[in-house]
Design a protein around this ligand. Structure first.
Ligand SMILES: [Ca+2]
Length: 397
């Protein structure tokens, strides 16, 4: 499912963008300049580089400047921690510098010009980050050699299912780790960024309160419209699964109602591919109603393995207000636990987790904020798919 419209117009010259016109930050203007890289502070100073990024420098070579006299030269290298891709965060907010674009619902997109000085395609990964520590699913655009007009769209209705759109901390740009591809810091790809701007919405959009309702004992049945967007697909390495609510599919029928979630892997799985429930769901489900008799209840869901091999699915539970995995403050057995279920091919398996097991960790566990996600095995072949249905709380027989 394509949830974000990403437009990449390589080497595309358009008069409608007002080529050569410097856009001013004025009330009613279509865009606000987030970074034009003409000033070191805050255009460069405020950038949040990962420790293994490579280099970011002021560029004055006019071949790589879109407007004004400067751009940012990013030498994308990586190589410090193998599993951490080179990333740079561009904040939307600075008290000291007096700008505040943290209300993401006021904008329809982030645009920028990016010059790829390499003679090969360079993938750029981007997502939005939020002040509560969550981040939106990573999107990919491919930077062709030369100038690229990059548009990072704000799909406010979908983002609003998961995040506080009034508190977006910025946009994060990520790249591949070229240190493992035989490059050095001298030969690694150079990407020049210029004219980063936020495109204003003009329709007075304000994020609606998310209307999450559940039936008694329901966690997620996929019968309600919002439930098509309640699971966020993610992966550490770009193997992000597609999700789609379907009724009957390849002869597989839902176990409950008329709809179920189909999860498919166009590229195969890897990098901890997972589906996380929105953290806006669980405050709606009152787990404290079970706390005096946890032995009487269990969390359950149904999963069907339509991949061409037997595999496993792991279910993770997080308590204590941590809304997303990975998170540096997570501790196994204290606020995170996981269980693993074998999935033979082509049959529905009911996964079950007694609440009494959870309760055993800590008497107040069921009173603290809860989060849950499922994770798939690495190494599933491309084209693998699964079906999920009827996440629920069950009274033990
Ligand atoms: Ca269903």
């Amino acid at each position: 499912m394509k949830r974000f419209l990403v437009l990449l117009l390589a080497l595309f010259v358009t008069a409608s963008l007002g080529a050569g016109c410097k856009k001013e930050e004025t009330a009613g203007a279509d865009t606000v300049v987030l970074r034009d890289f003409e000033r070191y502070d805050p255009d460069f100073m405020g950038l949040q580089m990962s420790v293994n990024f490579g280099k970011i420098e002021v560029n004055t070579d006019e071949r790589f400047v879109k407007s004004g006299s400067q751009s940012a030269k990013l030498t994308v290298y990586g190589g410090y921690y193998y599993n951490d891709p080179p990333e740079v965060g561009i904040p939307f907010y600075s008290t000291s510098k007096g700008y505040n674009y943290r209300e993401l619902s006021g904008f329809s997109a982030v645009r920028m010009s990016a010059y790829n000085a390499a003679d090969f395609d360079v993938p750029l990964y981007w997502n939005f980050t939020f002040f509560d520590g969550q981040s939106s699913p990573v999107e990919t655009v491919v930077l062709k050699s030369g100038w690229n007009d990059v548009e990072m769209a704000v799909d406010a209705d979908t983002l609003n299912m998961f995040y506080d759109l009034e508190n977006c901390s910025g946009v994060r740009l990520g790249f591949d780790d070229y240190s493992v591809q035989g490059y050095t810091l001298e030969t690694a790809p150079a990407i020049y960024l210029d004219d980063m701007e936020l495109v204003r919405r003009h329709d007075d959009y304000s994020a609606p309160a998310v209307d999450i309702v559940v039936d008694p004992f329901e966690i997620c049945s996929f019968e309600k419209a919002y439930q098509a967007h309640i699971l966020k697909p993610a992966s550490e390495k770009g193997f992000i699964p597609n999700t789609e609510v379907v009724s009957s599919d390849n002869g597989v029928l839902p176990t409950q109602g008329e709809k179920m979630m189909k999860v498919s892997f166009p590229k195969g799985s890897g990098g901890y591919a997972r589906l996380s429930f929105s953290s806006k769901l669980f405050p709606i489900i009152d787990f404290t109603q079970f706390k005096d008799h946890p032995e009487d209840y269990k969390i359950a869901y149904d999963v069907y393995n339509a991949a061409p091999l037997s595999t496993n699915i792991a279910t993770y539970y997080i308590w204590g207000g941590i809304k997303e995995w990975p998170n540096a403050s997570l501790a196994w057995g204290v606020n995170m636990e996981a269980t693993n279920t074998a999935l033979p091919q082509n049959e529905w398996i009911t996964y079950e987790m007694p609440l009494s097991t959870i309760y055993g960790w800590n008497k107040s566990t069921l009173e603290s904020e809860f989060h849950m996600f499922v994770m798939f095995d690495d190494g599933l072949p491309a084209g693998s798919s699964f079906y999920l249905d009827n996440f629920r709380i069950v009274k033990c027989a």
